[in-house]
Design a binder for this molecule. Structure first.
Ligand code: ACO
Length: 324
């Protein structure tokens, strides 16, 4: 019996129009372009307009991915959407996007794995295709993370941005995705979290207490160490070695974390896709945005081998090794 693989047949992305530069942030908090660039590699981020939602960005990214793949929305049989910033509590943003695309009837659900949301969604979608359950899947990572940003807190407000990316994943006799690895360790919850919610309750603080809490230095250390072992595990799962990878497409949180992973893989930075300078950390949006930029700019070519990885709140961490 021939194996079924899942293959990316189209990519798309969407960013809000408004750009907030480091110079703009210098007017809001005591910071400097120099500090932000040196510590993170970020120069600017996109910020959603009032009323512009995660679902708006996700829908646009999905439409572009469908167009690139030459697939009709009505042919999609599953939508998996990674997000930590859903439009409303329910229905899921995946359901809202499904209706706007005209893909009604297929299964659609959100995945909350913080910044690893898209990678989790991709891993799940791959399993649906490999099992024969689905043939054409929309996998989306979308966020309006700045809605959780406290613009008076310099430790966090310089790091995040809004955006969305999407891929169409189709069943194929050829790889495709070779391996995906998904992990979590809830024991690190207090290093990166947003502690309010429907069940735990909200507070009287500004924005009802909806605000990212992060111990930056500790997150940095665990992220570097964890990503090191994740890339080893992924190579092993796919039966490949470092030299087989054409492009590293990492989560775009911090250029120094990205450089550490590239070093571990013995890859020069000209084989690493970097968009953190333009987009900052868009959480679930980050990897599919970077992938779409690399595809549309002509960097990533058909037949090349890509390693995608992410790390985020939970902690969660996840990867995929694939032939594009
Ligand atoms: N501007 C100027 N100074 C600042 C700023 C700022 N925006 N923010 C902090 N500082 C100051 C601090 O107060 C501190 O001052 P002190 O030395 O007088 O106490 C000094 O800069 C150094 O602060 P550190 O936190 O030690 O700086 P560090 O080099 O660790 O960089 C950073 C901070 C950028 C947050 C880094 O730790 C980091 O990137 N961590 C990972 C965070 C991350 O990637 N989170 C997301 C991953 S998971 C996900 O995507 C959700």
């Amino acid at each position: 019996m021939t194996s079924i693989y899942s293959r990316i047949t189209g990519t798309g992305s969407a960013l809000p129009e408004r750009i907030l530069t480091n110079a703009d942030l210098e007017k809001l908090v005591e910071t400097s372009d120099e500090w932000i660039q040196t510590r993170t590699g970020i120069r600017q981020r996109h910020v959603a307009a009032a009323g512009e939602t995660t679902g708006d960005l996700a829908t646009l990214a999905a439409q572009r991915a469908l167009e690139a793949a030459g697939v009709k929305a009505s042919d999609i049989d599953l939508i998996v959407l990674g997000t930590t910033t859903p439009d409303i509590i329910f229905p899921s943003t995946a359901c809202l996007v499904q209706h706007r695309l005209g893909a009604n009837g297929c299964a659609a659900f959100d995945v909350n794995a913080a910044c690893s949301g898209f990678m989790y969604a991709l891993g799940i979608a791959d399993k649906f295709i490999r099992s024969g359950q689905s043939k054409k899947v929309l996998v989306i990572g979308a966020e309006t993370l700045t809605r959780m940003v406290d613009w008076t807190e310099r430790e966090t407000c310089v790091l995040f941005g809004d955006g969305a990316g999407a891929v169409v994943l189709e069943a194929s006799a050829e790889p495709g995705i070779y391996a995906t690895c998904l992990h979590a360790d809830g024991g690190h919850k207090d290093l990166l979290y947003n502690p309010v919610g429907v069940s735990a309750g909200f507070t009287d603080e500004p924005n009802h207490g909806v605000r990212i809490r992060m111990s930056g230095r500790e997150v940095f250390k665990v992220a570097v160490k964890t990503l090191d072992s994740l890339v080893d595990e992924t190579l092993q799962a796919a039966g490949m070695q470092e030299s087989d990878i054409d492009w590293l497409i990492p989560h775009q949180a911090n250029l120094r974390i990205i450089e550490a992973t590239a070093k571990r893989l013995k890859m020069s930075m000209d084989r690493v896709v970097v968009t953190v300078d333009k987009h900052a950390n868009t959480s679930s949006g980050s990897v599919p945005l970077a992938l779409d930029f690399a595809v549309r700019s002509g960097k990533v070519q058909r037949g090349q081998t890509l390693l995608l990885e992410a790390f985020g709140g939970g902690f969660t961490w996840a990867s995929a090794l694939l032939r594009y």
